[in-house]
Design a protein around this ligand. Structure first.
Ligand code: FES
Ligand SMILES: [Fe+2]
Length: 362
Protein backbone atom coordinates (compact mmCIF):
# COMPACT_ATOMS: atom_id res chain seq x y z
CA UNK A 1 0.00 0.00 0.00
CA UNK A 2 1.28 3.48 -0.88
CA UNK A 3 -0.07 6.60 0.77
CA UNK A 4 -2.31 8.60 -1.55
CA UNK A 5 -0.39 11.76 -0.62
CA UNK A 6 3.18 13.03 -0.68
CA UNK A 7 4.85 15.90 1.17
CA UNK A 8 6.90 18.26 -0.96
CA UNK A 9 10.50 18.65 0.27
CA UNK A 10 10.14 22.41 -0.26
CA UNK A 11 8.16 23.71 2.72
CA UNK A 12 7.02 26.75 0.75
CA UNK A 13 5.28 24.47 -1.75
CA UNK A 14 4.23 21.66 0.58
CA UNK A 15 0.81 20.81 1.90
CA UNK A 16 0.34 19.23 5.34
CA UNK A 17 -0.82 15.65 5.94
CA UNK A 18 -4.41 15.13 4.81
CA UNK A 19 -7.14 14.49 7.38
CA UNK A 20 -7.27 10.80 6.48
CA UNK A 21 -3.69 10.34 7.69
CA UNK A 22 -5.15 10.73 11.18
CA UNK A 23 -8.46 8.95 10.69
CA UNK A 24 -8.00 6.04 8.25
CA UNK A 25 -7.64 2.73 10.14
CA UNK A 26 -5.57 1.29 7.26
CA UNK A 27 -2.95 4.03 7.58
CA UNK A 28 -2.96 3.56 11.32
CA UNK A 29 -2.41 -0.19 10.97
CA UNK A 30 0.33 0.33 8.36
CA UNK A 31 2.23 2.58 10.76
CA UNK A 32 2.63 -0.27 13.25
CA UNK A 33 5.19 -2.11 11.12
CA UNK A 34 6.44 0.66 8.85
CA UNK A 35 6.94 3.37 11.44
CA UNK A 36 7.10 1.85 14.91
CA UNK A 37 8.67 -1.61 14.60
CA UNK A 38 11.88 -0.10 13.20
CA UNK A 39 12.01 2.79 15.69
CA UNK A 40 14.09 3.22 18.84
CA UNK A 41 12.05 3.14 22.04
CA UNK A 42 13.14 4.37 25.45
CA UNK A 43 12.48 1.36 27.69
CA UNK A 44 14.52 1.54 30.86
CA UNK A 45 17.35 3.25 32.68
CA UNK A 46 20.62 2.24 34.33
CA UNK A 47 19.25 2.74 37.87
CA UNK A 48 17.02 -0.27 37.29
CA UNK A 49 20.00 -2.37 36.15
CA UNK A 50 22.69 -1.11 38.46
CA UNK A 51 23.95 -4.40 39.93
CA UNK A 52 25.24 -7.65 38.39
CA UNK A 53 22.26 -9.97 38.03
CA UNK A 54 19.68 -7.15 37.65
CA UNK A 55 16.79 -7.96 35.34
CA UNK A 56 14.14 -5.61 33.94
CA UNK A 57 11.35 -7.13 31.82
CA UNK A 58 9.48 -4.71 29.57
CA UNK A 59 7.31 -4.48 26.42
CA UNK A 60 8.37 -2.68 23.28
CA UNK A 61 5.28 -0.43 23.17
CA UNK A 62 2.56 -1.77 25.45
CA UNK A 63 -0.87 -1.77 23.87
CA UNK A 64 0.61 -1.36 20.38
CA UNK A 65 3.61 -3.63 19.76
CA UNK A 66 3.51 -5.88 22.80
CA UNK A 67 6.86 -7.61 22.11
CA UNK A 68 8.17 -8.89 25.48
CA UNK A 69 11.79 -7.84 26.00
CA UNK A 70 14.26 -8.20 28.82
CA UNK A 71 17.15 -5.99 29.86
CA UNK A 72 19.64 -7.91 32.01
CA UNK A 73 23.05 -7.27 33.55
CA UNK A 74 25.27 -10.34 33.70
CA UNK A 75 27.46 -11.28 36.64
CA UNK A 76 30.52 -9.71 35.01
CA UNK A 77 28.66 -6.41 34.58
CA UNK A 78 27.79 -6.67 30.86
CA UNK A 79 24.41 -5.30 29.77
CA UNK A 80 22.11 -7.22 27.39
CA UNK A 81 18.71 -6.93 25.79
CA UNK A 82 17.05 -10.16 24.70
CA UNK A 83 13.64 -11.57 23.89
CA UNK A 84 11.75 -12.44 27.07
CA UNK A 85 9.97 -15.37 25.40
CA UNK A 86 11.16 -18.86 26.34
CA UNK A 87 12.43 -20.80 23.32
CA UNK A 88 10.69 -23.98 24.55
CA UNK A 89 6.98 -23.19 24.36
CA UNK A 90 6.78 -19.46 24.69
CA UNK A 91 6.30 -18.71 28.37
CA UNK A 92 7.62 -15.33 29.57
CA UNK A 93 11.01 -16.07 31.10
CA UNK A 94 11.30 -13.20 33.55
CA UNK A 95 8.15 -11.87 35.15
CA UNK A 96 9.35 -9.25 37.53
CA UNK A 97 12.06 -6.67 37.92
CA UNK A 98 14.79 -7.47 40.45
CA UNK A 99 17.84 -9.68 40.82
CA UNK A 100 18.30 -13.13 39.27
CA UNK A 101 21.56 -15.12 39.43
CA UNK A 102 20.47 -16.73 36.14
CA UNK A 103 17.32 -16.80 34.03
CA UNK A 104 15.01 -19.73 34.60
CA UNK A 105 11.68 -20.29 32.92
CA UNK A 106 9.22 -21.33 35.59
CA UNK A 107 7.07 -23.40 33.21
CA UNK A 108 9.47 -26.36 32.63
CA UNK A 109 12.75 -25.15 34.04
CA UNK A 110 14.77 -24.10 30.97
CA UNK A 111 17.75 -21.97 31.98
CA UNK A 112 19.53 -19.15 30.18
CA UNK A 113 22.45 -16.85 30.92
CA UNK A 114 21.78 -13.10 31.17
CA UNK A 115 22.95 -12.71 27.58
CA UNK A 116 20.17 -15.08 26.49
CA UNK A 117 22.38 -18.09 25.75
CA UNK A 118 20.89 -21.48 26.56
CA UNK A 119 22.23 -23.26 29.67
CA UNK A 120 20.13 -26.32 30.41
CA UNK A 121 16.78 -28.06 29.98
CA UNK A 122 15.37 -30.99 31.98
CA UNK A 123 14.03 -34.14 30.28
CA UNK A 124 15.52 -33.44 26.86
CA UNK A 125 17.98 -36.35 26.67
CA UNK A 126 17.97 -37.87 23.19
CA UNK A 127 16.52 -34.83 21.41
CA UNK A 128 18.42 -34.58 18.11
CA UNK A 129 20.34 -31.46 17.19
CA UNK A 130 19.64 -30.00 20.61
CA UNK A 131 20.57 -27.51 21.86
CA UNK A 132 21.14 -25.34 18.81
CA UNK A 133 21.51 -21.55 18.50
CA UNK A 134 17.71 -21.46 18.03
CA UNK A 135 17.38 -22.38 21.70
CA UNK A 136 19.08 -19.16 22.80
CA UNK A 137 16.87 -16.15 23.55
CA UNK A 138 17.14 -13.88 20.48
CA UNK A 139 19.28 -10.79 21.03
CA UNK A 140 17.62 -7.42 20.57
CA UNK A 141 19.40 -4.27 19.37
CA UNK A 142 19.76 -1.78 22.19
CA UNK A 143 21.41 1.58 22.73
CA UNK A 144 22.47 3.56 25.74
CA UNK A 145 22.78 7.31 26.03
CA UNK A 146 23.85 8.33 29.51
CA UNK A 147 21.47 6.48 31.84
CA UNK A 148 18.70 6.00 29.27
CA UNK A 149 18.25 2.61 27.60
CA UNK A 150 16.61 2.21 24.22
CA UNK A 151 15.84 -0.85 22.08
CA UNK A 152 14.68 -1.48 18.54
CA UNK A 153 13.21 -4.58 16.88
CA UNK A 154 14.67 -3.75 13.45
CA UNK A 155 16.56 -0.44 13.59
CA UNK A 156 16.00 1.83 10.59
CA UNK A 157 18.81 4.10 11.85
CA UNK A 158 21.92 3.44 13.97
CA UNK A 159 21.29 4.46 17.56
CA UNK A 160 24.73 6.09 17.64
CA UNK A 161 23.48 8.78 15.25
CA UNK A 162 20.70 9.82 17.60
CA UNK A 163 22.95 9.59 20.64
CA UNK A 164 25.59 11.77 18.96
CA UNK A 165 23.10 14.55 18.42
CA UNK A 166 21.95 14.45 22.05
CA UNK A 167 25.52 14.22 23.28
CA UNK A 168 26.77 17.19 21.29
CA UNK A 169 24.01 19.44 22.55
CA UNK A 170 23.21 18.32 26.09
CA UNK A 171 25.92 15.77 26.88
CA UNK A 172 27.16 18.07 29.66
CA UNK A 173 23.92 17.82 31.67
CA UNK A 174 24.19 15.83 34.94
CA UNK A 175 21.67 13.19 33.90
CA UNK A 176 23.56 10.60 35.94
CA UNK A 177 22.38 12.49 39.07
CA UNK A 178 18.74 12.51 37.98
CA UNK A 179 16.30 10.28 39.81
CA UNK A 180 12.99 9.07 38.45
CA UNK A 181 10.25 10.83 40.43
CA UNK A 182 7.33 8.38 40.38
CA UNK A 183 4.95 10.81 42.11
CA UNK A 184 5.39 13.36 39.39
CA UNK A 185 5.31 10.81 36.55
CA UNK A 186 1.91 10.06 34.96
CA UNK A 187 0.05 8.69 32.04
CA UNK A 188 -2.79 10.31 30.08
CA UNK A 189 -5.34 8.90 27.66
CA UNK A 190 -6.15 11.27 24.84
CA UNK A 191 -9.02 10.95 22.34
CA UNK A 192 -6.82 11.69 19.32
CA UNK A 193 -4.49 10.05 16.82
CA UNK A 194 -0.89 9.68 17.99
CA UNK A 195 0.46 11.77 15.09
CA UNK A 196 -1.73 14.75 16.04
CA UNK A 197 -0.13 14.71 19.46
CA UNK A 198 3.30 14.76 17.79
CA UNK A 199 2.24 17.51 15.35
CA UNK A 200 1.31 19.75 18.25
CA UNK A 201 4.55 18.97 20.08
CA UNK A 202 6.67 19.78 17.06
CA UNK A 203 5.87 23.46 16.76
CA UNK A 204 6.12 26.38 19.14
CA UNK A 205 3.83 28.39 16.84
CA UNK A 206 0.88 27.81 19.18
CA UNK A 207 2.67 28.95 22.36
CA UNK A 208 1.36 32.55 22.41
CA UNK A 209 -2.16 31.33 21.59
CA UNK A 210 -2.44 28.26 23.80
CA UNK A 211 0.12 28.61 26.60
CA UNK A 212 -0.19 32.01 28.27
CA UNK A 213 1.92 30.87 31.24
CA UNK A 214 4.78 29.48 29.17
CA UNK A 215 4.67 32.52 26.93
CA UNK A 216 5.40 34.72 29.92
CA UNK A 217 8.72 33.03 30.65
CA UNK A 218 10.12 32.22 27.20
CA UNK A 219 11.06 34.58 24.42
CA UNK A 220 8.75 33.58 21.56
CA UNK A 221 10.64 35.74 19.04
CA UNK A 222 13.75 33.67 19.70
CA UNK A 223 12.08 30.24 19.75
CA UNK A 224 13.71 28.00 17.16
CA UNK A 225 13.74 24.55 15.66
CA UNK A 226 16.70 22.55 14.37
CA UNK A 227 16.29 19.42 12.29
CA UNK A 228 18.48 16.33 12.32
CA UNK A 229 18.25 12.91 10.78
CA UNK A 230 15.80 10.97 12.91
CA UNK A 231 14.42 13.89 14.90
CA UNK A 232 14.37 17.55 15.79
CA UNK A 233 15.31 19.94 18.54
CA UNK A 234 13.30 22.96 19.66
CA UNK A 235 15.00 25.55 21.81
CA UNK A 236 13.16 27.97 24.04
CA UNK A 237 15.13 30.93 25.37
CA UNK A 238 14.40 32.46 28.75
CA UNK A 239 13.30 36.04 29.33
CA UNK A 240 14.79 35.96 32.83
CA UNK A 241 18.35 34.66 33.47
CA UNK A 242 17.00 32.99 36.62
CA UNK A 243 15.07 30.54 34.37
CA UNK A 244 18.03 29.59 32.18
CA UNK A 245 20.58 26.76 32.22
CA UNK A 246 24.06 27.56 33.44
CA UNK A 247 25.75 26.53 30.21
CA UNK A 248 29.39 25.41 30.35
CA UNK A 249 31.93 26.68 27.81
CA UNK A 250 31.75 23.31 26.08
CA UNK A 251 28.09 23.91 25.14
CA UNK A 252 27.46 25.11 21.57
CA UNK A 253 24.89 27.46 23.13
CA UNK A 254 27.26 29.00 25.68
CA UNK A 255 26.41 32.66 26.29
CA UNK A 256 22.68 32.26 25.56
CA UNK A 257 19.75 32.09 27.98
CA UNK A 258 18.31 28.65 27.22
CA UNK A 259 15.12 27.79 29.13
CA UNK A 260 14.46 24.37 27.61
CA UNK A 261 15.70 21.87 25.03
CA UNK A 262 12.88 19.87 23.48
CA UNK A 263 14.22 16.85 21.61
CA UNK A 264 11.95 14.66 19.54
CA UNK A 265 13.11 11.27 18.27
CA UNK A 266 11.03 9.91 15.41
CA UNK A 267 8.31 8.83 15.74
CA UNK A 268 7.10 9.06 19.35
CA UNK A 269 9.79 9.90 21.91
CA UNK A 270 10.22 13.36 23.43
CA UNK A 271 13.05 14.32 25.77
CA UNK A 272 12.50 17.69 27.40
CA UNK A 273 15.44 19.11 29.32
CA UNK A 274 14.96 21.87 31.88
CA UNK A 275 17.39 23.32 34.43
CA UNK A 276 15.91 20.92 37.02
CA UNK A 277 15.99 17.71 34.96
CA UNK A 278 14.29 15.78 32.20
CA UNK A 279 10.69 15.03 31.35
CA UNK A 280 10.09 12.22 28.86
CA UNK A 281 6.94 11.74 26.81
CA UNK A 282 6.34 8.34 25.28
CA UNK A 283 3.45 8.47 22.84
CA UNK A 284 1.69 5.11 22.57
CA UNK A 285 -0.95 4.54 19.90
CA UNK A 286 -4.03 2.66 21.12
CA UNK A 287 -6.54 3.10 18.29
CA UNK A 288 -6.72 5.37 15.27
CA UNK A 289 -8.29 8.04 17.50
CA UNK A 290 -6.91 7.06 20.89
CA UNK A 291 -3.45 7.54 22.36
CA UNK A 292 -1.79 7.09 25.72
CA UNK A 293 1.03 9.43 26.63
CA UNK A 294 3.34 8.28 29.38
CA UNK A 295 5.30 10.95 31.27
CA UNK A 296 8.45 10.17 33.16
CA UNK A 297 10.02 12.86 35.30
CA UNK A 298 13.74 12.66 36.17
CA UNK A 299 14.95 15.31 38.59
CA UNK A 300 18.53 16.37 39.40
CA UNK A 301 17.77 19.75 41.04
CA UNK A 302 14.55 19.91 43.07
CA UNK A 303 15.18 23.56 43.99
CA UNK A 304 14.45 24.70 40.43
CA UNK A 305 11.44 22.54 39.63
CA UNK A 306 8.90 25.33 40.12
CA UNK A 307 10.40 27.91 37.84
CA UNK A 308 10.82 28.68 34.18
CA UNK A 309 9.64 26.66 31.18
CA UNK A 310 9.59 23.41 33.14
CA UNK A 311 7.11 24.62 35.75
CA UNK A 312 3.45 23.59 35.83
CA UNK A 313 3.83 20.84 33.24
CA UNK A 314 0.45 19.30 34.11
CA UNK A 315 -1.39 22.50 33.20
CA UNK A 316 0.68 22.87 30.03
CA UNK A 317 -0.21 19.33 29.09
CA UNK A 318 -3.94 19.98 29.59
CA UNK A 319 -3.72 23.01 27.30
CA UNK A 320 -2.04 20.89 24.62
CA UNK A 321 -4.46 18.00 24.96
CA UNK A 322 -7.49 20.25 24.56
CA UNK A 323 -6.31 21.53 21.20
CA UNK A 324 -5.19 18.09 20.04
CA UNK A 325 -8.65 16.62 20.77
CA UNK A 326 -10.27 19.56 19.01
CA UNK A 327 -8.09 18.95 15.94
CA UNK A 328 -9.08 15.28 15.94
CA UNK A 329 -12.70 16.42 15.45
CA UNK A 330 -11.61 18.81 12.73
CA UNK A 331 -9.58 16.35 10.65
CA UNK A 332 -12.64 14.06 10.44
CA UNK A 333 -14.48 16.78 8.55
CA UNK A 334 -15.36 16.05 4.93
CA UNK A 335 -14.81 19.74 4.27
CA UNK A 336 -11.17 19.67 5.44
CA UNK A 337 -8.36 18.07 3.48
CA UNK A 338 -4.90 19.62 3.86
CA UNK A 339 -3.32 22.84 5.07
CA UNK A 340 -0.04 24.70 4.38
CA UNK A 341 3.04 25.21 6.54
CA UNK A 342 4.52 28.34 8.06
CA UNK A 343 8.13 28.30 6.76
CA UNK A 344 9.34 30.16 9.85
CA UNK A 345 7.37 28.24 12.51
CA UNK A 346 6.50 24.78 11.24
CA UNK A 347 9.74 23.25 9.98
CA UNK A 348 9.66 20.55 12.67
CA UNK A 349 6.13 19.58 11.64
CA UNK A 350 7.12 19.45 7.97
CA UNK A 351 10.14 17.30 8.84
CA UNK A 352 7.89 14.85 10.74
CA UNK A 353 5.34 14.65 7.95
CA UNK A 354 8.13 13.96 5.43
CA UNK A 355 9.63 11.22 7.62
CA UNK A 356 6.26 9.67 8.35
CA UNK A 357 5.25 9.59 4.68
CA UNK A 358 8.62 8.20 3.57
CA UNK A 359 8.43 5.47 6.23
CA UNK A 360 4.85 4.50 5.37
CA UNK A 361 5.88 4.16 1.71
CA UNK A 362 9.19 2.37 2.31
S1 FES B 1 8.08 -22.77 28.15
FE1 FES B 1 9.90 -22.33 29.17
S2 FES B 1 10.63 -24.24 29.82
FE2 FES B 1 8.82 -24.70 28.78
FE1 LIG C 1 2.07 23.03 23.46
Amino acid sequence: MQTPWSIDADITKAETLPGKAYTDPRIFELSREKVFASSWQLLSDLDRLSRPGSVCPTRFIDGWIEEPLLFARDLEGGLHCVSNVCTHRGNLVCEKEGMEPSLKCRYHGRRFRHDGSFVSMPEFEGVQGFPSPKDDLPKVAFGQWKKLLFASLAPAQPFAQLAAFLQERVGWLPLENAVLDRDRSRSYDIAANWALYCDNYLEGFHIPYVHAGLNRVIDYGDYRTELFEGGSLQIGTAKNPRDAFELPRSSPDHGQLIAAYYFWLFPNTMLNFYPWGLSVNRVKPRAVDRTTVEYLIYVWDTTRIDQGAGRGLDALEQEDQEVVVSVQHGVRSRLYDRGRYSPSRETGLHHFHRMLTLSLNA
